[in-house]
Structures are given as C-alpha cells and as structure tokens.
Design a protein around this ligand. Structure first.
Ligand SMILES: Nc1ncnc2c1ncn2[C@@H]1O[C@H](COP(=O)(O)OP(=O)(O)OP(=O)(O)O)[C@@H](O)[C@H]1O
Ligand SMILES: [Mn+2]
Length: 475
C-alpha cells in the first residue's frame, strides 16, 4: 500500500516537472519572440541577428544607422553556420575598431597600373594598326607589366575600334550583342540595364547583368593581381549609326522606336523578351560593357560550392559546416588541395564584387602556353552579376574560406596591402575608363568593408582549430 502511494507521488512529481519544463520553454520562446523575431528556432543569440523572410540566403546587411547585421532566412536551420557568421561579424567589429596600419604598398601597385594604362592611351593616339593591337591578345592572361602595356592598348582599342558587324550572341543566357571590330576582333557588348545606384535584393543571383559591375570587376581583378578577367571596358555605342546598319536581320528585327522617340531593342537570347527592352538615351546612345573575345579553348569546372537555383532548397555546402572536408576527401578531384585554394581565391574575389552566381568557372588547358603551372589556372569570365547592392554582403560566398580555413599567402598579403584603401584604388584605376565613374561612392566604400570581412574570416579561422582541415590556414 505504502509502495503504491510513493509510486503515485513519484509519478505526480514527474508530471509536475515535465509541465514546469514545458511552461519554462514556452515563456523563454515567447520572450525571445517579442525581443527578436518570431522565427528564432535555435539558441544562437545576438543583437545583430535577424530573421527575414524576404531573403533566400544568409547575408550581412548595413542598416540605415550604419550597423552591420546578420540576416537569415526563417527556414535556414543550420545553427553552426549562423554561429560562424556571427563570430566573423564579431571579429569584423574588432578589426574595424583597431587602427589600420597604413600600408604604402598599395600606392605602388596603383601608381604602376595607372601609369601603364594611361601610357597606352597616348600610344593609341598614334593610330596603331588595329590588327597589330589585336594580335597581342594571344598573350592573355597578362602577368607582367610589359605585357600589361599591351593590355592598355587592347582596352583603348576595345573602345575606339569601329564596329563592322553585329549579331545576337548565342553564348550564355543574357542579352549580348556579338560585334566584329575593325581588324578582325570579336567582342561582346552587354548593354546597360540598371543605373549605378540600383539596389537589388532577394537572391544572391537576382537581377540582370550589371554592365558597370562587369567593368569594375575587370579593374578590381587587375588591382588585386589576379589578372584573369577578360579585357573589359565601358563603351558608349550609338545604336542608330554603329549597330543598326551592321546588324544581322534577326537582331535588327528587335529594334523599334518608342512613341517618345527613343530607340529600343530586346535581342534574341534565352531571357530576351519584347517586354524587356534596352532603350537608348538621347541621341540613340546606349552605354554598355565591351568584352574582347578570347580565342581559346577552356575547360569548364563545376564548382562544388555552386548554388541550387531552386526556391526552398539549400545546397549541402550551405548548411553543412564539414562540407569542405568531404570535398577534400573526394577522390574524383585530383590535385584537390590546389583546386580548393583556387576556389577560395575565386570566392574571395566574388565576395568582394558581390557575385553569387559563379556556377562554374573556366580553366586554361594545360597545354596553353600561358597556363601558370598547377595553380592559378582559372579564368573569371562572367562578372556581370556583381555590385548589385552596396548594403549587402553575401557572407555565404565566403563559404569555401570559412569551411576549409585555407588561403594562399600571396593573396592574403595583397589583401592586407589594400586594407582600408581598396575602394579608393578602384576609383583611381577606374577613372581611366570612358564611362567613369564606374561605381557609386557607396560601392567603393562597400569594397573596404568586405575586404575587412575577408580578413575577419581568416582571423576567425586562425581561432578555430576544429575547422582546420588543411593543417594550416595560410599556404
Ligand atoms: N571574353 C570571352 N572570351 C571567350 N569566351 C567567352 C568570353 N565571354 C564569354 N565567353 C563564353 O560565353 C559564355 C557565356 O558568356 P557569359 O557567361 O558572359 O554570358 P551569360 O549570358 O551571363 O551566361 P550565364 O547565363 O551562363 O551566366 C561563357 O561561359 C564563355 O564560354
Ligand atoms: Mn551571367
């Protein structure tokens, strides 16, 4: 009888305990819901963390008061990834509070580059034979200063050479006009869709190409010593005199005049449609980027960190912090360590320019005379999905860096050299371009913020031995 009674009281006590725990959890979650957001599904807490249902991937966002917050989509459940992103943010705050040691190194790089580029402009005034200028493209990628002078000439000619033929480009999915320039050089003209100060939000790959982004990325690629973006310049093209008379029938058919007199066209491509038009400003002029075609055969490399272009689904790399060690173990990728270091370099660049659309990249074939040994073989061809929003930093683009915790020393050294001065440097170099200023002041400032975030990520890696799958962080 007594045994039965104590069993009942034990049971009652248990029920009370379970009830109390439930009530406690309910209270805690309600309070959190009031203080932060209704979505908080796990215990990662920070005053900088916000759940936001208008975004589809995690990112930092600068608020109106200048504070950097971490925005996370409500259905994103990887608390490890969120907590790493918060740690990096903390590291970033520490870094931005510290006085930056003034490094004069960047001045040399910028000075040399702008001398080389402006010398080319003077050379071109002497009216060189365009064929002779185009011949120099075979030396691309240009990895020394002497050849860089040639690149300056190529840039200037990309802008001034007469267009002899124009047709729809069959490559890729976005609107591009393939033009044949005098002297027999092919180039792609991507017209302007957006003003420089557009703010695209939503997905990391949202929106159409940004012609100014393509141009800015090219110069930034030069400044940071990658030198693997195809030669790109801004160009103002008069549609009526430079395109229409030389256009293929198919392209010409997509041109028409609005009732207000402006000349518009929509082209033929995967995403081209009559209701999505590019219209000229006054005088029938359209601004755009012109990219010289490289006469090379590339190998395509699918990135293990590519996005899934489907709503409501996350790729494995987005939620699994151990993804890098899986890629590292993947036997199908020989030389995988070097390849991952290349991928980290690519993603650092893409993070700086805000390009979340690098689904694949091109590699120079080994027998290419300009292939650079076993590393730095990649080229960065399509940089149009960049500089879409100066307030947002897609921290998930840095995933290979914070998952693998490895970066090559020369790249890290150059990033440190430009700390605090990257935006200014791009502004100076970009001033040689015919459509300068290539970016808004907000974008130039964003570059320095993002550079600090990259350095903060490296700092965070140095403090996280558990993520050190490469054995050491700096290679
Ligand atoms: N300058 C270039 N030299 C050689 N090939 C090029 C050049 N630019 C583009 N290409 C080729 O054309 C393809 C499409 O170009 P690009 O990526 O710029 O177009 P896109 O419409 O933005 O394509 P996507 O939809 O894949 O993003 C590239 O993958 C590359 O193979
Ligand atoms: Mn593209």
């Amino acid at each position: 009888m007594i045994r039965r009674q104590s069993l009942i009281s034990a049971l009652l006590a248990l029920i009370v305990i379970v009830l109390l725990i439930n009530i406690y959890t309910l209270i805690v979650f309600t309070i959190r819901g009031v203080n932060q957001d209704k979505y908080l599904p796990f215990a990662t807490e920070s005053k900088y963390l916000f759940y936001n249902d208008s975004i589809y991937s995690i990112r930092y966002k600068k608020s109106a008061t200048g504070e950097i917050n971490l925005l996370v989509p409500p259905d994103f459940t990887s608390k490890h990834v969120v907590s790493v992103a918060l740690n990096i943010l903390e590291e970033y705050h520490t870094l931005s509070r510290n006085e930056i040691k003034a490094s004069a190194g960047y001045i040399h790089v910028v000075g040399r580059l702008s001398r080389v580029l402006s010398r080319a402009v003077t050379l071109v005034k002497q009216n060189l034979d365009p064929k002779a200028v185009w011949a120099k493209i075979s030396q691309w990628p240009f990895n020394d200063l002497l050849r860089m002078t040639n690149m300056g000439e190529l840039l200037t000619y990309a802008n001034k050479a007469k267009i002899l033929q124009a047709k729809n480009s069959k490559k890729g999915t976005q609107l591009k006009i393939e033009v044949l320039l005098e002297g027999d050089q092919l180039a792609l003209f991507k017209p302007q869709w957006y003003p420089r100060d557009v703010k695209i939000s939503g997905k990391a790959f949202s929106g159409k190409d940004r012609h100014f982004g393509e141009i800015a990325s090219f110069y930034l690629n030069l400044i940071l010593g990658y030198n693997v973006a195809p030669i790109t310049a801004g160009r103002n093209v008069n549609l009526m005199t430079e395109i229409v008379p030389y256009a293929s029938e198919q392209l010409k058919q997509t041109f028409y005049r609005e009732s207000n007199g402006s000349l518009c066209f929509y082209g033929v491509c995967y995403y081209c449609k009559p209701e999505d038009v590019v219209c000229a400003r006054e005088n029938d002029v359209v601004e755009g980027s012109i990219v010289l075609m490289l006469d090379k055969k590339f190998k395509m490399f699918m990135s293990p960190w590519k996005r899934i272009y489907k709503d409501g689904k996350y790729a494995e790399w987005e939620t699994d912090l151990n993804y890098c060690s899986k890629v590292l173990k993947d036997r199908s990728t020989s030389r995988r360590r070097e390849i991952i270091l290349d991928i980290v370099a690519i993603h650092v660049f893409d993070f700086l320019i805000g390009n979340g659309d690098r689904h694949h990249f091109e590699i120079l074939r080994r027998n290419d005379p300009n292939a650079n040994g076993h590393s730095r073989n990649f080229v960065l061809i399509d940089n149009g999905k960049s500089f879409g929003n100066p307030d947002e930093d897609f921290i998930d683009i840095l995933t290979p860096l914070y998952q693998c915790c490895a970066i090559r020393h020369p790249l890290l050294a150059i990033l440190k050299k430009f700390q605090g001065n990257l935006g200014r440097s791009l502004e100076v170099i970009g001033a040689v371009d015919p459509i300068q200023p290539i970016l808004t002041p907000a974008h130039f400032r964003a570059l320095d913020r993002r550079l600090n975030i990259v350095l903060a990520t490296v700092q965070n890696c140095l403090k996280s031995p558990d993520r050190n799958v490469f054995g050491k962080v700096v290679w």
